[in-house]
Design a binder for this molecule. Structure first.
Ligand code: IMP
Ligand code: MG
Length: 183
């Protein structure tokens, strides 16, 4: 196991406090990047409620991965009206930043289409790479080694989002055929 659920929840609480320090008296839009960030997002919202930090919720569906390789292209799914972000303080909530390609594509798109008042990133995980990532997230949960991780919302070909904790994927996990589940 790489990160225990309890530690993720503790970290979400700390991040919520840091966000509250920066956004007191403001009402940021917390933009959840589906599907991977959903578990983290819920805990973050709960922690923000505990400190009485107001927020709006919005969701965007993106994907750039097939298996454990980034495709380099980011697909934006439906669900978000850019106008709902216009003139607001926006915090993008991500599950993980690997190469940074996803956000490198998403940030300029949101800036251009939505014209938010401000735009920051809160990511549960950032992979430590030898090459610097193309962008910085203001709020980071954990910095992890450059390995493929699953669980707590993170998937490998849609599997393992349901795991309670975060794990580095095993060869067995990679080889598993989901058709086995639906026989
Ligand atoms: P990037 O575009 O390379 O920064 O990758 C970001 C996106 O790829 C994340 O939002 C995830 O959806 C996915 N991703 C990257 N690394 C992992 C991983 O280790 N496990 C699961 N998903 C990952
Ligand atoms: Mg993602």
């Amino acid at each position: 196991m790489l990160i225990k659920r309890e530690d993720i929840i503790d970290r979400a609480t700390n991040l919520a406090r840091a966000i509250h320090e920066d956004y007191k008296g403001k009402r940021p839009v917390l933009l959840c990047v589906l599907k991977g960030a959903s578990s983290f997002y819920l805990h973050l919202l709960e922690a923000l409620q505990d400190v009485r930090q107001g927020f709006y919720t919005e969701f965007i569906r993106l994907s750039s991965y097939e298996g454990s390789e980034t495709t380099g292209k980011v697909k934006v799914g439906g669900g978000l009206n850019y106008s709902d972000l216009t003139g607001k303080d926006v915090i993008i909530v991500e599950d993980i930043i690997d190469t940074g390609t996803t956000l490198y594509n998403l940030l300029p798109l949101i800036k251009a289409e939505a014209k938010p008042k401000s735009l920051e990133v809160c990511s549960l995980l950032v992979k430590r790479l030898s090459t610097p990532t193309k962008l910085d997230a203001k709020y980071i949960g954990f910095s992890i080694p450059p390995q493929f991780v699953i669980g707590f919302g993170l998937d490998y070909n849609e599997l393992y989002r349901d795991l309670k904790d975060i794990w580095v994927i095993s060869q067995q996990g990679i080889d598993f055929d989901p058709k086995e589940l639906h026989k």
